[in-house]
Design a protein around this ligand. Structure first.
Ligand SMILES: C[S@@+](CC[C@H](N)C(=O)[O-])C[C@H]1O[C@@H](n2cnc3c(N)ncnc32)[C@H](O)[C@@H]1O
Length: 362
């Protein structure tokens, strides 16, 4: 199987040589014409995957209340930037704003800022948020968000950022590259050089056995640092929710998903979603370097249960039909059970060093 982007990537490799896994991911996800996110809405049963806000309104409502409490902890600034990075269909922001309306002074203080690279999803977000009376602005990168106190939400954003992979060999870490095989197909290989991996891979992995794979996400670390710098300078917090691991560990987590099934990573780039598990320890280190506090991570199950998902589910079940009540129960289980999203997904809060622990992180 091939794709238009596959041919573009092969041509680039034939001209310039093998590319890093991060370059491959960047093109597969973000190529302006054929990148996975650029021209499609991948969510839901008819799409490739489903995310927490698309499973249940409870997710966004609880995060909306989280933002309201954080605003209170900040001393109720009269103007607050409510930022979402990677807003998908806009469902999460829409549910958060509805919940925030329960706290009128907070709702009145909000202006909405969305960081989104996909024109198709921007259109979808405008449509979803068109029903709200709050003005929203869109940006290509978090750096473009205007200065000022801010509360940021990033759900399943960091897993979509390009990683570099290094493979341990007897003489050191060698970067994994994407090149062309004898038949001209895209193929993984290893760079002959060492040195880059030694500088980039966490020293905690120096004793990893030969063959071990280390994933490093320089863009993710840079974004976490930039958010932490803003929080430290202007006040506020950021909530990062994603699948991943609490501590830096060796292991290959790069995966492609298409139509709710795993898919070979190098087959048909641009047609399947590519993600990796988020290294929360690496993010936390970048946050601390910038002078902010990294609280957690706690599991998604713990966070949602501390924020009151059981009570919210019960409230929604009041007046629901038996079938609706069953759907609400199933959605809560999907979001919080250990064998579903409850444990694999984790939440980390980036907070101003003088602010108390954010709700769910006490
Ligand atoms: C898996 S979706 C998550 C959507 C949403 N947060 C949710 O939970 O449903 C990833 C989102 O991040 C956006 N995205 C991916 N890479 C991005 C980047 N480098 N900069 C900004 N947005 C990006 C995608 O277009 C999409 O909106």
């Amino acid at each position: 199987m091939t794709s238009p982007l596959s041919e573009i990537i092969k041509k680039r490799i034939a001209t310039d040589g093998a590319i890093t896994v991060a370059d491959y991911m960047s093109m597969a996800l973000g190529h302006p014409e054929h990148g996975y996110y650029m021209g499609r809405d991948p969510f839901g049963a008819d799409g490739d995957f489903i995310t927490a806000p698309e499973i249940s309104q409870m997710f966004g409502e609880l995060l909306g209340l989280w933002t309201a409490v954080v605003w209170g902890q900040m001393g109720q600034p009269p103007s607050i930037r409510l930022v979402e990075i990677g807003p998908g269909r806009g469902t999460l922001m829409s549910d958060m704003l509805r919940a925030a309306a329960a706290v009128p002074p907070f709702h009145a203080a909000i202006d909405v800022h969305l960081v989104e690279t996909s024109p198709t999803l921007r259109r979808k977000q405008k449509e979803t948020l068109g029903r709200s009376d709050i003005e929203a602005s869109w940006y290509d990168t978090p750096d473009d968000i205007p200065d000022g106190p801010l509360i940021v939400i990033a759900n399943e954003f960091f897993d979509a950022l390009p990683v570099r992979q290094f493979v341990k060999q007897p003489d050191g870490w060698h970067e994994r590259m994407v090149g062309l095989g004898p038949e001209g197909a895209l193929e993984f290989g290893l760079s002959v050089e060492t040195g880059t991996g030694e500088a980039m891979v966490s020293p905690t992995l120096s004793m990893a056995p030969d063959g071990a794979v280390a994933e490093v996400c320089p863009i993710g670390s840079a974004i976490a640092k930039a958010l932490a710098e803003r929080v430290t300078r202007f006040g506020g917090a950021a909530l990062v929710i994603d699948y991943g691991h609490e501590e830096t560990a060796a292991g290959e987590t790069l995966q492609a998903v298409r139509d709710h099934q795993y898919h070979p990573v190098l087959e048909a780039p641009g047609e399947a979603d590519l993600t990796t598990h988020v290294d929360f320890e690496a993010l936390a280190q970048s946050v601390r370097q910038a002078g902010a506090r990294a609280d957690g991570p706690v599991t998604q199950g713990t966070l949602l249960s501390r924020l009151g998902i059981e009570a919210r589910a019960e409230a929604l079940m009041n007046g629901a039909t038996a079938e609706q009540a069953e759907d609400i129960r199933a959605a809560m289980a999907r979001l919080t059970d250990d064998d579903q999203m409850g444990t694999l997904f984790k939440a980390m809060a980036i907070v101003h060093p003088r602010q108390p622990a954010a709700p769910g992180f006490e």
